[in-house]
Write a protein that binds this ligand. Structure first.
Ligand SMILES: C[S@@+](CC[C@H](N)C(=O)[O-])C[C@H]1O[C@@H](n2cnc3c(N)ncnc32)[C@H](O)[C@@H]1O
Length: 271
């Protein structure tokens, strides 16, 4: 791949999603775009880039972007945020929100849906009293491809093996051939919507809990700041934000205060 082709893809990805693909990631591009190159009968990534240069609105542009994005996820990923919700935060919010009987969660980079479905299962499993409440789980991502998969609620054996405890698998999934399908009750708790965190956000209600995990790491500091400012504005003053285990908000302490709950860190907005 020519350096200009790599630079073109870096720029395209950054403009459209805010994601930074560092120099030295050429191997990643070559591996990820191999299938697109083959299926289009092209000679290589350079020809693919030429096609996009000459026809910027080419339908392949979307597919290329989707292919370059990292969408790695799993059920109950890093488990500790879920433990702190179960042990401390949801019980606390249940008390505080008793008058409105409404709780709103946002999984803001939900990938193929494991994160919001984990939240839905946790709520159903441990808080049966909330069945009478309005529980809204908004799940969004920039990639329409992952959202399409998430909406189907269909997962392979390998995917459920990564994080779904057997009792929950038996209770909230049904077998379909080689796959497992999330049951209707859990699926109905989650609304999937396409939202680009680096673009203008649509009008959203204030949230009690926001999961913004393993996505900030892909943004440059200025984009990260913009995203966090908006997220802070969307979190209720007594709501909580979770970021990924490898992510810190050390340079955003003016926006969020770090709190330690059940062995994990989460963040409260400063107002
Ligand atoms: C590594 S996955 C993390 C998924 C999940 N939050 C987790 O922690 O398991 C990162 C996700 O962020 C999404 N993403 C990347 N840039 C985004 C943007 N600008 N707006 C919304 N989602 C974005 C990707 O499409 C991908 O699904």
């Amino acid at each position: 791949m020519r350096p200009e082709s790599f630079a073109f893809l870096q720029d395209l990805l950054h403009r459209e999603t805010g994601i930074v693909m560092d120099d030295g990631k050429e191997y990643l591009v070559l591996t990820r775009l191999r299938t697109v190159v083959r299926s289009e009968g092209l000679s290589g990534v350079d020809e693919l880039v030429e096609l996009l240069r000459s026809r910027p609105r080419h339908p392949l542009r979307r597919r290329i972007l989707e292919t370059l994005i990292t969408t790695e996820t799993s059920f109950f990923r890093d488990v500790r945020p879920f433990t702190s919700l179960k042990e401390v935060l949801i019980p606390l919010l249940v008390e505080r929100r008793a008058p409105s009987r409404t709780l709103r969660f946002w999984s803001a980079a939900c990938s193929t849906g494991q994160e919001p479905y984990s939240l839905a299962m946790l709520i159903r499993e441990h808080f049966p009293e909330l069945e009478e409440w309005r529980i809204k789980i908004l799940a969004s991502d920039v990639s329409s491809e992952v959202l399409e998969r998430a909406r189907t609620g269909i997962y392979s054996q390998m995917e459920v093996n990564r994080g779904v405890p057997t009792p929950l698998l038996m209770k909230y999934f049904r077998r379909e051939g080689l796959n497992w399908v999330v049951n209707g009750e859990i699926r109905r708790m989650v609304d999937f919507v396409e939202i680009n965190l680096a673009g203008e956000l649509p009008k959203l209600p204030e949230m009690d809990i926001i999961f913004l995990r393993n996505v900030l790491i892909y943004f440059r500091e200025d984009v990260r700041r913009k995203v966090l400012e908006r997220v802070a504005g969307l979190l209720r003053s007594d709501g909580y934000l979770f970021v990924g285990g490898a992510e810190t908000l050390i340079t955003h302490q003016d926006l969020f205060e770090r709190v330690q709950i059940s062995n994990t860190s989460c963040f409260r907005p400063r107002r």
